[in-house]
Design a protein. Structure first.
Length: 276
């Protein structure tokens, strides 16, 4: 009977142990961190050996968190960032970061699971704003090459920041790249720019039309001078010249049926000109 109760106790203990344990695993893009929280005895805290592949059992009092160990892109959206001519600009900036393999326990111990929000986010945003504010609106909207310089400067600035904080507590995160999208004026500024562009185009059209009209007048004036010179050279009266020009016009009109009056109605001649 005593053996029976012993076996029952062992069975109950085994079931209890199994029910209080769980299997934790990671895939190829992750590594795991165990955070021990003993209820009665033993040492708690972060297990400094990361789970980098496979799976392990843990007791119910131990937490398990996973970290991504491949490059991860973080995007920040900016509204109304002022450039150096005080124009509010909208843009997005992206930073790709990667955890140093096997260092997730260090990251968790020093900066916590929300390390990006705690350590990187505001510094990244501030750095982007600072560099954007050194350029004017025209450069930011028309010169894509300036963003190459901005991206390099931001990466260098943040890299130095990571080095500085690591001197106190290791920050095992590497910068893969930084990308800043082309900035554009905010909606209210765009509306004003569109209005200005429309007005400018209307003004250009008006100027062009005036130039055409001025050129027409100049051409007509030159033609009149040429006609006068021709009449003088040919020793023609004004009436004779007009008759000649009239006949030239009639000649140039196909299928014409035109009555032409030369001189006054009483003394002039009426010609009936027909062309086929």
């Amino acid at each position: 009977m005593k053996k029976f109760f012993t076996l029952i106790a062992i069975a109950i203990a085994s079931v209890s142990m199994v029910s209080c344990c769980s299997l934790c695993g990671v895939d190829g893009t992750q590594e795991g961190v165990f955070i021990k929280k003993p209820l009665f005895f033993g040492k708690g805290g972060v297990e400094m050996q990361a789970l980098t592949d496979g799976s392990e059992w843990k007791v119910f009092s131990t937490d398990f968190v996973t970290y991504t160990n491949i490059p991860v892109k973080y995007t920040e959206v900016f509204d109304d960032v002022f450039c150096n001519d005080n124009t509010p600009m909208d843009l997005s900036a992206h930073i790709t970061l990667q955890l140093v393999k096997g260092k997730s326990p260090v990251l968790h111990t020093n900066y916590g699971f929300n390390w990006y929000d705690n350590v990187v986010k505001e510094t990244f945003r501030k750095t982007v704003r600072n560099f954007i504010s050194t350029y004017d609106m025209y450069t930011l909207t028309s010169d894509r090459e300036v963003y190459d310089a901005i991206e390099v400067d931001i990466a260098e600035k943040l890299g130095q920041y990571f080095t500085d904080i690591s001197s106190t507590k290791e920050f095992p995160i590497a910068i893969v790249n930084v990308v800043v999208d082309k900035a554009k004026p905010n909606n209210s500024v765009m509306e004003e720019l569109n209005k200005t562009a429309t007005m400018a185009q209307a003004k250009l059209t008006e100027i062009k039309q005036q130039e055409v009209e001025d050129q027409r007048k100049i051409t007509e004036h030159k033609r009149a001078l040429a006609d006068m010179e021709y009449r003088k050279t040919m020793n023609m009266t004004a009436s004779e010249y007009i008759q000649m020009r009239t006949l030239e016009v009639i000649e140039s009109k196909p299928n014409a049926n035109i009555d032409v009056l030369f001189g006054s109605t009483s003394a002039g001649s009426m010609w009936d000109v027909k062309k086929k």
